[in-house]
Design a protein around this ligand. Structure first.
Ligand code: FA5
Length: 335
């Protein structure tokens, strides 16, 4: 029967159009084309029902309802499918051209931030960053730095000696008490000229107070060449302090003593109405050059060791070093 064939054609055309619809909008267009009240192709089928003769009418009417129900059901199923795939695919709605908005899930610790800035600043002054071990032998922490065996700085009570002797290092080992160890390691392996900084942790059993911690960070600097002068040392340290702490910062150099530099100075920064010590420095002692195989008649050099926590305190106005290590998020969230 021609009428029933038309119904079959309608149904298969509608189902394949529904299958091809890739979005809710396309599916709606298919619905209007096939089932639309005004001009949908279903109207043609209705007319065919009207043309059916008396004994055909029940069969044609039944088939009409079947076709309309099948197409409607398929439309609904496809609609649910499209909505499900839309919600499980966040990229479909995501505008990749929008400006980025970085989620805040953590931030750099102020000491890490300061270390990064120190590296950048010293890089601009032409200093290369080198690393050194935190576990050290006595040669690098003391002997080559002109600190003899009977020197009070080597007292086991003033250092963190580690009980086990190291096969690699040989002899007693300790957590380094200063980054000056890296001066020695660098000169042992590098001929002059040298211009390096090294930043890292150091350990001392100091009594803890507002400016002392038993673990803290230092930045060691070393410059060796044919004619290095104390004036260059003061210039580099002054420029560095002004770059990091601001152009108006007041610093002063005080005569001091270190076994590995001669002459030696300590560097203070003005904080309110008092001075805070931020580093030690001086011209490399000839005995240190001899210990690493450099000729003190041919080269001269300066070295410095700065307390990173103290610079960070001054920079951010933190009045107690212990804040850095309490892990209080109310403090850390301010940076
Ligand atoms: C030294 O450690 C020398 N190695 C510095 C040096 C290097 C001198 C090269 C000459 C040539 P000093 O012990 O003063 O020096 O320590 C240097 C800085 O580390 C101090 O000025 C201070 O800023 C910081 N510092 C020292 N002890 C502590 C501590 N317990 N807690 C926090 N910071 C400290």
């Amino acid at each position: 029967m021609d009428i029933l064939t038309s119904f079959d054609d309608f149904q298969s055309a509608a189902l394949s159009a529904i299958g091809r619809a890739g979005s809710p909008e396309q599916l709606e267009a298919v619905r209007i084309e096939f089932l639309g009240q005004k001009n949908g192709r279903i109207r043609d089928l209705q007319k065919l029902v009207g043309q059916a003769t008396g004994d055909q009418k029940p069969l044609v009417g039944k088939r009409f309802n079947e076709v309309r129900t099948a197409v409607t059901a398929e439309l609904e199923a496809r609609q649910q499918q499209l909505e499900a795939s839309k919600s499980s695919s966040p990229v479909s709605d995501f505008d990749v051209t929008l400006p980025g908005d970085r989620p805040v899930f953590g931030r750099l610790h102020p000491i890490s931030r300061t270390i990064t800035e120190f590296r950048e600043l010293m890089g601009r002054f032409g200093f290369t960053v080198v690393e050194g071990p935190e576990l050290e032998d006595e040669r690098h922490n003391f002997e080559a730095l002109n600190i003899p065996e009977d020197h009070p700085a080597r007292d086991p009570l003033d250092n963190f000696y580690v009980a086990c002797a190291s096969a690699t290092l040989g002899g007693p080992v300790l957590l380094r008490s200063q980054t000056s160890t890296v001066q020695i390691r660098t000169m042992e392996t590098t001929p002059p000229p040298v211009r390096i900084v090294s930043l890292g942790r150091v350990y001392r059993p100091d009594t803890i107070d507002a400016t002392h911690s038993c673990m803290f960070h230092q930045m060691e600097g070393l410059m060796v060449d044919e004619h290095v002068t104390m004036a260059q040392l003061k210039t580099v340290l002054s420029l560095f302090a002004r770059s990091f702490l601001g152009p108006d910062v007041e610093i002063r150099f005080r005569p001091s003593f270190f076994p590995f530099t001669e002459p030696s100075v300590e560097v203070d920064v003005k904080w309110g109405d008092h001075w805070m010590e931020i580093g030690g420095a001086g011209m490399v002692d000839p005995n240190v050059f001899k210990a690493v195989g450099y000729d003190p008649e041919k080269v001269s050099g300066f070295a410095f060791g700065l307390g990173i926590e103290r610079f960070c305190m001054k920079h951010y106005g933190v009045d107690d070093i212990r804040r850095f290590y309490e892990n209080d998020v109310r403090f850390l969230a301010q940076f």
